[in-house]
Design a protein around this ligand. Sequence first.
Ligand SMILES: [Zn+2]
Length: 166
Amino acid sequence: MATPAEEVTERDLAVVAEQLGREPRGVVSVAARCVCGRPTVVRTAPRLPDGTPFPTTFYLTCPPAVAAVSTLEAGGAMREMTARLAEDPELAAAHRAAHEDYLRRRAELGEVAEIEGISAGGMPDRVKCLHVLVGHALAVGPGINPIGDEALERIRETWRPDRCTC
Ligand SMILES: [Zn+2]
């Protein structure tokens, strides 16, 4: 039986449409919610209804969270984090393990040949989109996606999951 966090209702889909400014496609569940109950991350099918392969299984939808992450990205965090992956074998291994976790969770929703072995956000070797990594971190909880966890820590003053800013 699905937990309440994993259910998706018509109301949720309406909120996500409002958050994204468009109709959400391929949403299978809500992967994380704000303390107010609104979705912050949706879990999306690896193939959209129109047939398009969609690698980004965990999609950050909450506008204040998206904005906070964009500000972090604009400050050059991705370049700095990618450089650290090259210097820190432990971090690099954890980032690669996060990639494997991402692929494993996506495979639960079905295999899509076009994106086999390809995750998202720059994993396993780079950091290309912190929204993706934060979405994964929020969906699965701390300790799985180290870069996503760090990004959440760094935006904490602006946005955090236990305080509603919807
Ligand atoms: Zn909220």
